[in-house]
Design a protein around this ligand. Sequence first.
Ligand SMILES: Cc1cc2nc3c(=O)[nH]c(=O)nc-3n(C[C@H](O)[C@H](O)[C@H](O)COP(=O)(O)OP(=O)(O)OC[C@H]3O[C@@H](n4cnc5c(N)ncnc54)[C@H](O)[C@@H]3O)c2cc1C
Ligand code: FES
Length: 418
Amino acid sequence: MEIWLSSIVILVAVATAFFMAFDAWARMRWRRRRLAIDIERYTALADVLAKREAAIVESRLQSTSWKGFRKLRVTRRERETHDVASFYLRPHDGQPLPGFRPGQFLTFRFHHDADREPSVRCYSLSQAHAPVRDYRVTIKRLPPPDDAPEGTSHGEVSSYFHERVSEGSVVEVAPPSGHFTLDLSDGRPAVFIAGGIGITPFLSMLEHLHQHEPEREAWLFHGVKTRQDRIAVDQLQLWARRPSFHFVTCYSIGSGPENLGPFEAEGFVTTDILKRWLPSSNYEFYVCGPPAMMASVMTQLQDWKVPRTSIHYEAFTSESVQEVGAGTADLADAAPRQVSFRSAGKTLRWTPESGTILELAEAHGVFLPSGCRAGNCGTCAAPVLTGSFSALTQPEATVEEGSCLVCVSVPTEDIEFA
Ligand SMILES: Cc1cc2nc3c(=O)[nH]c(=O)nc-3n(C[C@H](O)[C@H](O)[C@H](O)COP(=O)(O)OP(=O)(O)OC[C@H]3O[C@@H](n4cnc5c(N)ncnc54)[C@H](O)[C@@H]3O)c2cc1C
Ligand code: FES
């Protein structure tokens, strides 16, 4: 009897323990499911809020911007390196400046003598927007190409800035524009790959991250010739105190007598260099630099299985557009086409070797207005009478229906311009 009784007690105790454990397990499971549902709801809500905020920012940008060119005064000029300087700009009339998205650029216009068309060039905003802050652009004085004959002049507008623009100068500027911007609505880790002065849009993006998304993982790989060519090092070092941001400098000519630091490398920026630091290719990649560097990095990223939609790039020059565009369009196999310019009374033969329609025209003495030569400023928009064309890159500038940005376009059938 005693054995029976103690067996029943043990059985009841085991059953009670079992039911209590089951109850605790069921509650824990329910709590986990609720947590998962809550996380899903909050993520969806955060997504909606981020999109709404992006829409508000966008409409605010639209409403405060200006049309055409306006005068801005240079308030400060700072030396960055032996051939790079920053220029700070403020409205002539003292009004506050409209906001912009990190990565956007300004378009400048300079007038010459009456017999010459004005020169138009784009320069990226090299700081994030802050309400009571001047705009800043950072400009490299462009040297003549390495193979140019002795005495070839430096870049026209960049030299003008370096030699003639100082505190108090007034310049003509079109509002911030451009689509090469940091995606503010998705918090994906970002990798910025810059060659030389191509770092400027990333300075704006990185400052934005530092101020508004300090947790978001970001890497900057900056290719320069030597230590003397590094830009904004103090600023980058300050931002790199955050565990979420790192920057690696790669020296193509050499790092000099100093030993390489833990975030330095010799050579060009390549995916082999990226792999030394990045655990995978699962990032959003932003690329900006000289034509050859951009073309090779973009090919290597695609070989590393980075989806094309995760690679964003900005071309500073027409060569960059063509180097990068050549990989995406079947340009080499394109058939010859006739390109007619009615006002000039000329019909020219285009082949893939002719380059863009703008280059074809210039090579045959047909003058067409141009500015950035990279699809950004809209200066070269030409009305098309008949025929069709294709752009080598997604242009930043928007043009009227029926117009062609000749600096980035090639004909896809015989084409006639007004
Ligand atoms: C969206 C965008 C953003 C940009 N952001 C920046 C920026 O932040 N910072 C920056 O510094 N640049 C930037 N650029 C580049 C900038 O717009 C200019 O292209 C650059 O400053 C060169 O202009 P330039 O008038 O000085 O040179 P150009 O006179 O247009 O000359 C271009 C090249 O040709 C060479 N050249 C000139 N004359 C001759 C000749 N007779 N024979 C052979 N070669 C010759 C020049 O030396 C130079 O290498 C950006 C461009 C774009 C499209
Ligand atoms: S010259 Fe600027 S868009 Fe063509």
